[in-house]
Ligand binder design. Sequence first.
Ligand code: ZN
Length: 288
Amino acid sequence: MSDQPQESAEPLVTYEQRGAVALITMNRPGVRNAQNADMTFQLDNAFLRAVNDDSVGAIILAGAGDHFSAGHDIGTPLRDIHRNFERRATTYWPHEDKAGAEAIFVREAELYVGMCRRWRELPKPTIAMVQGACIAGGLMLAWVCDLIVASDDAFFADPVLKMGIPGVEYFAHPFVMNPRIAKEFLYLGERMTAARAYEAGMVNRVIPRAELEARTFEIANKLAAQPRFGIALAKRAINQAEDRMGLRDSIDAVYGLHHVAHAHNSLTSTDHLAGQDARSMAAAQRGK
Ligand code: ZN
């Protein structure tokens, strides 16, 4: 590939074990850890490694640098939307040689909803350790973790309505916050502070930035000390209840609406994102 800037010299995801805790870190700090497909598959490999290693009792998902995640990569030189990867769990056939709605529908079913569901159902407890931005696709990564520990400077937003899209692919909004707040969150697309996310029940702890890592590891160590099978069953119990409350069905139903929006954009503008990219979305966030 000719479009390999210097950041590609580093792994997009790093894996480190401290005691019984695996720390999985998204490692594109120069682009606020924008999530391309390469990173997605590396995350998937890292989660699998942590699950398969009996010495790991809990997993922390983190983002290197000042921000947890700016969301899906919609504008860096390493954007790899047309690249295919060898897949372990197959939701659909390869997308990169398909056209129209099929390409986007299949790609997002595998990379976004499929991956997020797999990671939510990992049999080991997970904590998202969130600082700075947690935007759009970044929300999905935090939401599929069992606990979210946020620094006091963290902020959350799903601004994709600017693209005419009714929320990110893993549509957990009315489950991670109440429906009226979810409407405000989606309709306005504004930043939600960590303090408000805590009030809304979306995060478990808000921690001063300087203490974020130490305090998150404290919690992770407690999780790792619990009986392995017991906590796996407890996790399954809550996840199953959440699915009985409608989470899984809601995500499936809204996935159709999401792809009507992508198809509409493709029919009426230059692409399925309504011609928006990282730059225009950032400008919109700043109110310009
Ligand atoms: Zn999408």
